[in-house]
Design a protein. Sequence first.
Length: 78
Amino acid sequence: MIIFTQDKKSIVDCARISIERNLGGKKDEKFLLIGCVYAISNLLTPTLGAYPDEESAKSELERIYEAFANGATTYQIQ
């Protein structure tokens, strides 16, 4: 799925998206949505969005899944 990142600086074609804890992150960036992108020479893992708590990150991941399940091929992170 093609994802437009939260900071609106990148468009990423993701093979997989996961939630990762951001150790040492700012108060509103404790959990990150990470996209896995398979490039020719290596595995890239750009940050798609940052959230203050795990529940917020899970909610966004669920919205991505719902969009994908409904046939969307693109999604803009909130």
